[in-house]
Design a protein around this ligand. Structure first.
Ligand code: HEC
Ligand code: HEC
Ligand code: HEC
Ligand code: HEC
Length: 139
């Protein structure tokens, strides 16, 4: 009897894990973001336009998202992994290496590097000029 209810418990638990896992996997975030640095903001705020869905249609989640292990090392994205805001790790208090210690730097490294290298290859890509991302019409 005890065994039976225990295994029932395990089945229910497993089901809960599967369902919550699925709902994580289907959280794709918003279709568009207006990104803003809040942890280490510049003296003058610069908002950045980011069409998330357009990028999701072309690239894997792992192209941009990753995690961090207990030693502070980068962990590759795996399906269903919890996705955190860049700033929650890329901030001056988190002991990140130089060039990655703010949202601005991490974002510039990710976004601009891809746009620039695709442009070099002659492929259609996103903006490389400041105002392409930091659109004047954003508020
Ligand atoms: C491919 C997109 C892209 C391009 C091109 C780009 N940036 Fe950014 N930039 C971002 C993102 C994303 C952030 C982080 C979110 C934010 O603060 O707007 C950012 C952050 C910043 C910040 C910090 C803003 C703040 O409020 O703290 C400054 C300053 C900045 N960028 C200046 C520039 C300048 C100057 C150029 C051109 C030489 C440039 N950026 C080109 C995407 C871009
Ligand atoms: C080209 C880069 C890129 C790709 C590809 C991408 N994302 Fe994102 N995603 C971002 C950026 C940048 C943000 C904004 C993060 C922030 O606000 O700090 C974001 C935000 C999110 C958020 C919201 C996080 C939060 O806490 O606000 C979720 C969820 C998410 N993405 C899921 C996904 C999934 C799932 C995929 C793959 C299907 C994916 N993303 C593909 C760059 C990308
Ligand atoms: C859970 C913590 C965490 C989050 C969230 C996170 N990063 Fe990182 N990121 C790291 C760590 C750790 C490294 C490795 C730093 C090193 O080289 O020691 C890294 C490295 C990077 C690098 C350089 C290496 C590479 O893969 O190109 C870029 C660029 C970068 N992150 C951008 C971003 C952007 C943009 C976001 C948001 C979409 C983001 N990161 C979210 C922890 C994080
Ligand atoms: C791995 C490559 C890659 C990365 C990383 C990437 N982009 Fe792009 N981006 C593209 C490509 C390709 C397009 C063209 C997409 C299209 O038109 O369908 C694009 C288009 C854009 C556009 C123009 C969209 C439009 O509607 O005209 C903006 C703005 C943009 N990206 C901002 C960003 C920002 C901000 C980041 C970082 C948070 C980023 N991108 C990261 C490849 C990338």
């Amino acid at each position: 009897m005890v065994k039976k209810s225990l295994s029932l418990c395990l089945i229910v638990l497993a089901a809960v894990f599967v369902i919550s896992g699925l709902s994580f996997a289907s959280d794709k975030g918003d279709a568009e973001y207006v990104l803003k640095s809040t942890v280490d903001p510049a003296s003058k705020t610069k908002l950045a336009f980011f069409p998330h869905a357009k990028h999701q249609a072309k690239f894997d989640c792992a192209t941009c998202h990753h995690g961090k292990d207990a030693d502070g090392k980068q962990v590759a994205y795996t399906d269903g992994m919890k996705i955190e805001k860049c700033e929650s790790c890329h901030n001056k208090a988190a002991g990140m290496p130089k060039g990655l210690e703010t949202f601005k730097k991490a974002a510039h490294k990710l976004c601009k590097t891809c746009h620039k290298s695709m442009k070099k290859e002659g492929k259609a890509t996103g903006p490389t000029k400041c105002n392409g991302c930091h659109r004047k019409d954003l508020k």
